[in-house]
Design a protein. Sequence first.
Length: 527
Amino acid sequence: MSGYNIATFNSRRSPVFARNGVVATAHPLATAAGLRALQDGGNAVDAAIAACAVLAVAEPHQMGLGGDLFALVHEKRGGRTYALNASGPAPAAANLADYRARGWTAIPQHSPLAWTVPGMVGGWDKLASRFGSIPLPRLLEPAIGYAKHGLAIPPVDASYWEKHRDLLMADAGCRECLLVDGRLPRAGDVLVQPVLARTLNAIAEGGSEAFYKGDPAAGIVRFSREAGGLIEAADLAAFSAEWQEPIGYDYRGHRILECPPNGQGLAALLALRNVADLPIGDVARGSADCLHWLIEATKHAMAEAGRIVCDPRHLPVDVEGMLAAAAPRIGKMAHLPGEKPAPRADTIYLATADREGNAVSLIASVYGDFGSGYLNPYGGFILQNRGSGFSLDPGHPNCLAPGKRPYHTIIPAMAMKDGAPAFVFGMTGGFLQPQGHLQLVTSLLDHGLDVQSAIDLPRFWWEGKRRVAVEDGFDEDVYRELARRGHEILRKPGHQGFGGAYIIRFAGDGVIEAGAEPRQDGFAAGW
């Protein structure tokens, strides 16, 4: 593995191996809840819902009931993989002309004007009703208990509170529900969320119907009117998550699956198309050649996706045509694309698998850290700012419109072999995600790394134009050579904003392998 300073990035973790099922999440208590569901006789979908619900309590800076969800679900019995789009649309009152008349050229991130309908609870409903085997009240028990009685904040999560001190202290709901004894929580502090517990109880008793049409919905509408948002009862009542067909690209003998637009999974597939004819496996994974190819492939793919990805219910996206088109030429020097990714944000990703061969790749988010910065005090959860993913250019396919879903950054993935999952994977990090998928897939399929090593490797993050943030851990001559080729290299220490990856591999003979992110409080476990 020449090209790396191994001592710098080695997490000293080993992959997890199990036979009855595995769960990999960003929080140990979420992983434990997923395992409990498996041990209670549940399947991979039950485990995913239970783990996701705990994360909604444990990581309000990343996701929650006011956010969205996407998932890929492989059902072993039917031999099919399904894509779930649980992203909410803009409210009916969200009018492009009104936003532009206010002088906005972009939707403000920390504003009720960035609120879209929360989709995650509708996603739970679709997952549970189609594939679940354990009643929802039992699956939500751990989450309700942690909200009611409290849970201790781990170190990485605590750092988000401190990082966003001003945002949190500016909102009355955040001050009421997300502080400990009137101050920001520190690592080890116990956060109790009784209002959120009541909302989770309502969902446990009445399902998504209660959330979108009952007291929780009334609380959202009341807060929206008080804060200047646009969400009304009809927006919530009309929402339904949607089952879709995954999109895919054949790479190194595997079919890489992503959710279709309005998500940016297409960007990950385009990036793989862009390197498919390059000898990635013939050069060291940490070499300047390999990194240059991956960076350039990323830039082309992100720019191409940024020009076209939108809600296909409003404007069709020719996914197959784009993937079938010739890949752009990658030269020896860095090129300067016309578009760039938006600022960084993070989220949660989790993967589950059971002994029957069912698997779930799931990602959920409130978009920016702590979403819009507005916490609904009647429900105890942050409202997302996903509306800031819209364009306010009336000529752009992704322009704001009532009932339209915005360009979405969160993307779960799977790599299929002979019709069954070989790898279940994903990475958090907003616009890093397609870039991260490219880096994970090439590490696994071109260089044959185990799942934990693929996660541990130093990463890059193309930030726009020729700017590339690169983790410490590569050989010094690699940084110099990338700079010589025209990349503006921003060296950063590990664990500083390079996302969080989680991977499950079906290893054969009934064995399942899993790896978790050391840059977060990640934890993979099996039984």
